[in-house]
Design a protein around this ligand. Structure first.
Ligand code: PLP
Length: 223
């Protein structure tokens, strides 16, 4: 079997029944993506708006596209017509914009709160304080064209399993806490998007429901 479909199959067998897999296709060509698509797989993710839009235009329309990277408010309009889920909501301002664009497109856009769980300063995401402030704002309750499905987070890029375990446990704890307090009557609030190529097996053990995997499927990115 060719490398890409073989990698995909192997990962699918590890996560079977535990989580949903999203193939992160950033920097990968149409041809490489079609190798995955041709196995019947349909869920892909990108971290840049421009690349996401270009690939959506070029590739079959039954692909489900996920936005996993930092999203600027002025770019929401380009993805609002088609995006399946936005994993990277990190402010009320961004959520208001997604809501506005959702309304224009007559749709409800599924979203996740991106939480800052890593040691690195540079990683995007909300702190617990910021999340609680957002959730208790009057504005948040009035947004009808977004739907919050759960949380997303990235662990520290480190070769220390204990640190990664601790960070994923933290994200699961945040999810449980806000589900109980704010989303008890939202049956769709079920997602914990955590786990990448190097740490997805740990993430599965810690309760991940969505893993986002690029390199382990497509091979190492050149840049
Ligand atoms: C690139 C990326 C991934 C996938 O990373 P790999 O190491 O290639 O598996 C997952 N999530 C986000 C937000 C990314 O930017």
């Amino acid at each position: 079997m060719e490398a890409i479909p073989g990698n995909l199959k192997e990962i699918q067998s590890v996560i079977a029944g535990k989580a949903k897999l999203i193939a992160i296709s950033k920097t990968k060509s149409k041809e490489e993506i079609l190798k995955v698509y041709s196995t019947g797989f349909r869920a892909f993710g990108e971290n840049k708006v421009q690349e996401l839009v270009a690939k959506w235009k070029d590739l079959p329309k039954d692909i489900e596209w996920h936005m996993v990277g930092h999203l600027q408010t002025n770019k929401v309009k380009y993805i609002a017509p088609f995006v399946s889920k936005i994993h990277s909501v990190d402010s009320l301002r961004l959520l208001r914009t997604i809501n506005k664009e959702g309304k224009k497109n007559k749709r409800v856009i599924p979203c996740l709160f991106q939480m800052h769980i890593a040691l690195e300063e540079s990683k995007f995401g909300l702190s617990m304080e910021e999340l609680l402030e957002l959730l208790s704002s009057e504005d948040f309750g009035n947004l009808k064209n977004i739907r919050m499905d759960g949380v997303m987070g990235m662990a520290t890029l480190i070769n220390d399993e204990q640190t990664i375990i601790k960070e994923f446990k933290h994200l699961k704890q945040i999810f449980d806490q806000i589900k109980q307090k704010y989303f008890n009557s939202s049956p769709g609030f079920i997602d914990i998007s955590m786990g990448m190529s190097h740490d997805y097996k740990i993430a599965l053990d810690e309760g991940s429901t969505i893993v986002r995997i690029g390199n382990a499927i497509f091979g190492a990115r050149k840049n």
